[in-house]
Design a binder for this molecule. Structure first.
Ligand SMILES: *Cc1c(COP(=O)(O)O)cnc(C)c1O
Length: 417
């Protein structure tokens, strides 16, 4: 057994006593989502034969077709496209956006600057990379107000007849802002549609799935996307992404993923189907474990003297726990501590590096079964002021607890705490 100092154990005990009632609230959300998923499986009569892999064109792969129907039911959407062929969340989001936008159209993000890896998807006019703007799709964004809320005056000013898609990012990503709850997203959609009824509302749902009782598509979002190596993959999906929403938009995204006229009717699942189904089945419960771990981290690091966002008692709509440290040494000791607590690659020591798609050096703890899988306990910290570490995931609460203890002990051992 690892040895943790008395101070570290004391913080942990105090935090666990404090969060007890919060954990019970999370169990209720787990029940709602777990039952929703089971009922979707039952409605579509999922059977063992659906799990078989397919090869070649994979015409009439019934497992793939039913998987799309199950996702559509779970997300309260008309249609879904769930595929291992999406290489990442960024690829999935790009596919959705390129699917529905055409040259001369405009994309307007109303939740401020989107997640780092999307900057190059949006690109610049004439950048030669095949980005949205390179294709003549215009881009605008309305920065959030200081309060972290949408700046509606600015949104009204920026919406033009060319505005085709409104972008909303549910999760904070690598930003020190609040994430947007489902009820806030519902209000945003209503307000946007009052200004321009025919606009397509797209929600980047990454990290949000199953953290609340509803999803954006259940409150009026036209198109959403997310990654299968985050929440809805349940830690079992080996790769992939999903897009859900109105059938006509999902079809356009499918044309973009494969080819016009072909769409979702081809695409060999190889051996991935069972993992994607079983991962979806487990996802509500695993997400519950991860959210509980985030609440615990917020409570413990608050006792240790740091500011956490969200605070332990605040409502949650994603997995991400941001913790504000005071120096790069804290970030590095924290992230290396999380890594050391991993079952996989616990012996590896992460260092900051220039990751493709990111604008600052990033240090990442990712001792995961699925490479980069961030429903598994992982931590990321861009090395930039004001020294905020983002942790997320944990397939089991007990692992997150062990990770927090190890990170704190690592900080104490290095004299930064
Ligand atoms: C993770 C994430 C993405 C991108 O997903 P990748 O799999 O890292 O490409 C986009 N948006 C948000 C909010 C995310 O959390």
């Amino acid at each position: 057994m690892a040895v943790f100092s008395q101070q570290v154990r004391h913080w942990m005990e105090e935090a666990e006593a404090k969060i007890d009632s919060r954990l019970k609230q999370i169990d209720k959300i787990v029940d709602v989502n777990q039952w929703k998923v089971i009922e979707a499986f039952q409605k579509q009569q999922v059977s063992d034969f659906h799990f078989a892999g397919s090869t070649g064109y994979a015409y009439n792969d019934r497992g793939r077709e039913v998987l799309d129907l199950v996702y559509a039911d779970v997300f309260g959407a008309e249609a879904a496209l769930v595929r291992p062929h999406f290489a990442s969340g960024t690829h999935t989001i790009a596919t959705a956006l390129f699917g529905v936008l055409r040259p001369g159209d405009e994309l307007l993000y109303i939740t401020g600057r989107p997640y780092d890896t999307l900057h190059k998807v949006i690109g610049k006019p004439g950048d030669g990379t095949g980005s949205l703007q390179d294709y003549g799709i215009r881009y605008q964004e309305a920065a959030l107000l200081e309060s972290g809320k949408v700046n509606w005056d600015e949104v009204k000013r920026l919406i033009t007849p060319a505005t085709k898609v409104i972008g909303i990012q549910r999760s904070r990503g690598y930003d020190w802002r609040e994430s947007f709850s489902i009820s806030e997203i519902a209000q945003m959609i209503q307000q946007v549609k009052e200004i321009k009824p025919d606009v397509i509302v797209f929600v980047d749902n990454c990290y949000g799935e199953f953290t609340e009782e509803k999803e954006p598509t259940e409150v009026g979002a036209d198109l959403i996307a997310g990654s299968l190596i985050k929440n809805p993959g349940g830690g079992l999906a080996e790769t992939g992404g999903y897009i859900c929403g109105q059938a006509k938009y999902v079809e356009l995204a499918a044309y973009r993923l494969t080819a016009p006229g072909i769409g979702g009717e081809v695409g060999a699942m190889l051996g991935t189907t069972r993992g994607i189904y079983q991962g979806l089945f487990l996802a509500p419960t695993i997400v519950g474990q991860a959210v509980k771990g985030s609440v615990l981290a917020a409570a413990v690091f608050e006792l240790a003297g740091f500011v956490s966002k969200p605070a332990w008692h605040e409502p949650r709509t994603d997995l991400i726990q941001a913790i504000s440290f005071t120096s790069p040494e804290h970030l590095i000791a924290f992230v290396q501590g999380i890594q050391r607590a991993s079952a996989v690659d616990g012996h590896v020591v992460p260092e900051p590096w220039d990751m493709p798609g990111y604008e600052h050096p990033v240090i990442m703890a990712a001792g995961t079964f699925i490479q980069g899988g961030s429903l598994e306990l992982s931590a990321d910290a861009p090395i930039r002021e004001p020294y905020i570490a983002y942790m997320q995931g944990g397939l089991t609460y007990s692992h997150v607890k062990y990770g927090i203890l190890t990170a704190l002990q690592n900080m104490i051992n290095r004299n930064v705490l």
